[in-house]
Design a protein around this ligand. Structure first.
Ligand SMILES: [Zn+2]
Length: 279
């Protein structure tokens, strides 16, 4: 569950050498849809009129078309539907039965945060809006991959979906991936009410309850560190500042290249073979 927009990469070209190593997880009973019907999209009219401007903005920016463009190269055994719709007041995003849903309520929350006066100057409004939305769609698409492509997952599925989302983002051109990763990191930092790296080391006065940790997701702080780690591990030069400035502790940073390689290996073994090569 939960979270994130437009990406412009051709994943297929990255994994051309992997094609043919595996066959799609399609059973004899299923007839896979033709490429033009692998992904359908829907901008559902919001019932809450307050969401109408966001609905218009997302349509104008062709948000769903951009996500579709990435995901339609995957040889889905069933049609996957991507939808934006109102969720009766619930701010969320979820995947279920070949449908990825991102609620206008969640989009609105991200929009409000992107427009916050507390947003640091180094993060643009566009990055703060598009980053988390993109990450959310790709996170939910990760759940869809595990389910529909029958991808085995060790560890928590929510962590794996976060890794798939970050991995997709990290295949983008340098400038774009830096913007999207930092935009997503800003969303987590806002959730944690962090304004500077020093805030990460300050003791928190709020007494937590053990039951908090029963959630299937990592805590926002863990998700923030995981995101920064996989990004740093993929390109230590591009993301050098997250360590230099202190957002990612050096002890963790030392392991990040291996963490990225682990995800890269899993993706190339399990998902890349199911992606069409560009014509
Ligand atoms: Zn999830």
């Amino acid at each position: 569950m939960r979270r994130r927009f437009p990406l412009r990469c051709s994943l297929a070209s990255l994994f051309a050498t992997c094609v043919g190593m595996m066959q799609p997880a399609v059973t004899a009973a299923q007839t896979p849809p033709p490429p033009s019907e692998r992904i359908v999209i829907a901008y559902v009219e919001p019932t809450n009129l307050a969401h109408k401007p966001l609905y218009d903005l997302l349509k104008e920016k062709r948000a769903l078309e951009r996500v579709k463009q990435i995901l339609e190269r995957i040889r889905w055994p069933r049609t996957l539907r991507l939808e934006l719709k109102g969720c009766d007041g619930e701010s969320n995003a979820f995947y279920e039965d070949a449908i990825v849903t991102v609620c206008y309520e969640y989009v609105d929350e991200v929009w409000q945060n992107a427009n916050s006066p507390k947003r640091p100057a180094m993060i643009s409004r566009e990055e703060a809006f598009v980053g988390p939305l993109s990450d959310t769609f790709l996170h939910e698409a990760g759940h869809a991959m595990f389910d529909l492509l029958k991808i085995p997952v060790f560890g928590r599925e929510e962590d794996a979906a976060d890794q798939v989302a970050a991995y997709h983002t990290l295949q983008l051109p340098k400038e774009r991936k830096l913007q999207l990763i930092m935009g997503t990191a800003f969303a987590y930092a806002s959730e944690l009410k962090i304004r500077s790296p020093r805030d990460l080391s300050r003791p928190r006065l709020r007494i937590g309850r053990h039951v908090t940790y029963a959630d299937e997701h990592g805590t926002p702080a863990q998700r923030l560190y995981n995101l920064l780690c996989i990004a740093y591990g993929s390109d230590k030069e591009l993301f050098a500042d997250v360590v230099k400035v202190g957002y990612l502790p050096s002890d963790r940073a030392d392991m990040c290249e291996d963490e990225y390689k682990q995800v890269d290996f899993a993706y190339r073994q399990l998902i890349a073979p199911l992606i069409d090569v560009s014509p």
